[in-house]
Design a protein around this ligand. Sequence first.
Ligand code: PLP
Length: 354
Amino acid sequence: MDIRALIKQEVLGQKAYAVDPASCRIKLDANENPLAMPAELRPRFAARLAAVELNRYPEAGSVALAARFARAFGVGADQVMLGNGSDELIQVLCTALARPGAGVMIPTPTFAMYRITALNAGFRVAEVPLDDSFDLDLAAMRAQAGAQPPALTFLAYPNNPTANCFSAERIGSLLREAAGIVVVDEAYFHFAQQTFLPELGRRENLVILRTLSKVGLAAMRIGLLIGPAPLVRELNKVRLPYNLNSLSQAAAGFYLDEEEAFLEQAAKIRRWRGELTTAMETLPGIRVRPTDANFVFFSCDFDADRVYTGLKERGILIKNFNAPGRLKGFMRVTVGTPEENNEFAEALRSILTE
Ligand SMILES: Cc1ncc(COP(=O)(O)O)c(C=O)c1O
C-alpha cells in the first residue's frame, strides 16, 4: 500500500519541525528559562499536583483559569482561550480560518511553526522577507496584502530568531489596514515588557498570544490566546474539549498564585542577557544583534557550522541558522545562568581563536 498517496500534498511537501536530539550538558537552544522552579515553591507545587483528580476529565475549556487570566489582562473572560502551548493556539487559529484559497502572511525569518501549521491547514503561505534591520518591510507586506489579502498574519513580538521587537508603528499600520486577523505573538513578553494588549479594545482584528513556556513552565505546555469575544467564540468550536490537561491547569493556577517568583527569574534573565551580550561583543568576528528576548541572535565571520559543532563537542547546544543567503553565519543562543553564559562565551572564544 502506498501510504504517501493517501497523505495531503501540503504534508508530503514539509519537513517535520526539527528538535535537535543531542543531549548536551549546557542547553541553550530552545529559549527556555535556565532556572528550575525555586526550591521553596516546590512542595506547594507538588501538593497542588497531588490534589488533582486524575480519574476525572479536566475542566473542559479551562473556564475558571481563563477568567483568572482575563482579570490579570484586564479583558473579558470570553476573550481568553488556553491552549496546550501557544503552538496549539496557532493550530486552532489556522484550522478555523483556512477557508478554501485563503492565505497566511508571515515575515521571514520567523518562528517555524507559523508556516508549518498554516500549510498543514491548507493555507497558501506568503513569506515576506524582513528588511535589512530585521524589521517589517511595510511596503512589501502592503504589496503582498494588496495582491492576496491574507486571512491571517503572524507577527512574533519580539521575533524569533531575530530577537528584536518590530516597530510598533509598522505593526499599527498593518493592524489598521489588514482585512484579516493579525496575530501578535508575545511569547517573549517577559523579556521585552512591551505589549499590544492595550490595543485589543481598539482593534477587532487583533489577537495576542502569550505562553508560560519561556518563564519557567515549558514542560507544562500552557499557552494563552487573547482576542475579540466573537472570534474566541468561533475558535472554541475548533478547540478539542480537554485540550489542557488537569496537571497543566493546576500548574497555570499555581503560576498565577506565585507569579512574583517567576517574574523575579525573568528579571534575572534580563540582567544576564545584558552581561552575555557584552561578553559576546568583545569576541573577534562576532556580530550581536540587539535583543528584546531571552536569546541572542548573532552572526560570525567564520564557518558557523564549525563553530556550532565545536560548541557541541564541548557540551554546549545552541541553534544554528547558518544557510546560504541572508542567514549565512547566523546562530541563536538562549540566555543561560551566568555560569553557563561564561562557559559558552569562553568556548566560543577558544573556537574562534583555534
Ligand atoms: C514566537 C514563538 N511563539 C510561540 C512559541 C511556542 O510556545 P509554546 O511553548 O507556548 O508552544 C515559540 C517557542 O519557541 C516562539 O518562539
